[in-house]
Design a protein around this ligand. Structure first.
Ligand code: FAD
Ligand code: S2G
Ligand code: ZN
Length: 452
């Protein structure tokens, strides 16, 4: 290992090769604390050439590497489980340019989501993907996992924002196409291929992303429903009834009670309903609030008075109730997270099945269920001493049988690798392997993730 560390130091300089176990410990455990590994070194390249040099050294020394951004990934794909080198993108954080006319931003892989949001807002524009880990999650990690978040309903996931990409592949070659043009049909869709590749094909070093105009104003409402079925139907009807719906998030009474206790905040009375939908509309929201109130009035199963906020502080207070769910879940113990998509019609039954199943195989466990109901995407968070992989298996079985997806937005990582061949055809997996062989011939790119 000493000559590996010395070789890495020639690539990035001594100061950017971290080996002290105390310093690198945080990089070896994932955000959920479910996966912990070890690494001979965390290296922090300062540019594309240094990334290339690090990959060359790892190939030479036959050592695998795990690209790491903010380490907020939730499927165990961002940590060195078997002594891999960690390639941290934190120094690749330049937000190069915001092209107001071209409505695009060029960001380094290590730039944080919040950094890009601030750069866009500075010129009156907006980056369309948002998620609660915005201060820590990096653009490179979000592209690598094709992150979704709260506005997929209106703007799509990361893949839909990608205009160009620069990356160093596992075979040492650099792909670079960053003109940021809306229409550019010149060959294979490399951004689309690397988006969602979870660090298994190469290291993304920079991307060009589309920006969208800032809306005139935004309104957020919490609407209470008598049942989960009414909430799912209500959310879908709201989306159809009024234009400008940008987010539809489902929360349940037990989860909101845990969040309120965890954050020591009082819940608006509407949030004590069995099911609550957070709806965000953007545009000329003033008119929309009447519109929204009218549309809510027409829904079946609404209980209580909706809580509505137009100003930024009021909206943040309502969003906090949703965004604090992951943290409140994590306070219950080591969480087994199932990020799944269900056909709308089965969501109510699914929640009942999951509660019954947890009651059977993990009686003392806490089970928080919430998520992006506008996309049919639920986050099932099961935590407790007796929770083990059997719970994951059982829940994913129910999802697969219901015709859903075992991973809506967090990716496959290590957590769901065993499921890949059950949910993708042999031809699909063969194509994945052919691509992997071509772009990472030595198999050094994040071997624990994605491909069984
Ligand atoms: P990391 O965790 O560092 O890495 C994630 C994966 O990408 C790993 O496989 C890693 O190897 C790879 N990778 C990282 N950087 C690169 C690179 N430059 N090149 C190639 N591969 C790379 N996710 C959602 O989709 N929607 C949500 O709503 C959402 N909410 C969240 C809320 C909280 C509180 C938390 C903690 C997480 C949430 N996430 C959500 C999950 C996480 O934020 C996303 O998966 C995000 O994309 C990870 O970014 P990161 O920079 O932390 O990546
Ligand atoms: C969310 C974050 C992590 C989780 O809150 O939207 O993607 O599953 C999730 O709690
Ligand atoms: Zn989510």
């Amino acid at each position: 290992v000493p000559d590996l560390v010395a070789a890495l130091a020639t690539c990035v300089g001594e100061a950017h090769v971290l080996t002290d176990p105390g310093v690198v410990a945080g990089d070896c455990t994932d955000w959920t604390r479910r996966w912990t590994g070890r690494t001979p070194a965390v290296v922090r390249p300062g540019g594309v050439d240094e990334v290339r040099a690090v990959i060359a050294v790892c190939r030479e020394h036959k050592v695998a590497l795990v690209p790491q951004g903010g380490n907020t990934g939730l499927v165990g794909g961002s940590v060195p489980l078997k002594g891999e080198v960690v390639l941290s993108t934190q120094r690749l954080d330049a937000i190069a340019v915001v092209d107001e006319l071209g409505l695009q931003v060029i960001a380094g892989a290590g730039a944080s989501l919040a950094g890009v949001q601030v750069a866009a807002a500075a010129v009156g524009l907006r980056f369309a993907v948002d998620l609660a880990a915005r201060d820590t999650a990096t653009i490179g990690g979000m592209v690598a996992t094709n992150a979704g978040g709260t506005h997929v309903l209106r703007f799509g996931s990361m893949r839909a924002q990608l205009l160009g990409i620069e990356a160093v592949l596992g075979n040492g070659s650099v792909v670079h196409h960053m003109r940021g043009l809306r229409k550019d049909n010149t060959g294979y869709d490399l951004p689309g291929l690397l988006c969602g590749s979870e660090g298994t094909l190469g290291v993304i070093t920079a991307v060009s992303l589309r920006l969208v105009p800032q809306p005139a104003s935004i309104a957020v409402a919490l609407v209470g429903f008598a049942s989960i079925g009414d909430a799912v139907r209500g959310a879908i009807e709201l989306d159809g009834a009024i234009g400008g719906v940008e987010a539809l998030e489902l929360m349940l009474a037990d989860g909101l009670a845990i969040v309120a206790a965890h954050r020591s905040v009082a819940l608006p009375s509407v949030a004590t309903a069995p099911a609550t939908v957070l709806v965000e509309v953007a545009g000329d929201a003033a008119a929309r609030v009447e519109h929204l109130a009218g549309a809510v009035g027409a829904l079946r199963g609404v209980v209580g008075e909706p809580a509505v906020a137009l100003d930024a502080a009021g909206r943040a207070r309502l969003w906090q109730l949703r965004e604090a769910h992951p943290e409140a879940a994590a306070a219950q113990g080591i969480v087994h997270k199932l990020d799944v998509t269900l056909p709308a019609a089965v969501i109510e039954g699914f929640v009942a099945d999951v509660r019954a199943l947890c009651g059977r195989i993990a009686p003392g466990a806490s089970c928080l269920i919430y998520g992006h109901v506008g996309d049919g995407n639920l986050h099932v968070n099961v935590a407790g001493a007796e929770v083990d992989d059997q719970v994951d298996e059982a829940i994913l079985e129910v999802v697969d049988r219901a015709g859903g997806s075992i991973s809506a937005e967090h990716g496959i990582g290590t957590a769901k690798k065993a499921w890949l061949e059950r949910v993708r055809s042999p031809g699909d997996v063969a194509a994945f392997r052919a691509i992997k062989r071509a772009l990472d011939p030595d198999g050094i790119m994040n071997p624990n993730a994605l491909l069984p």
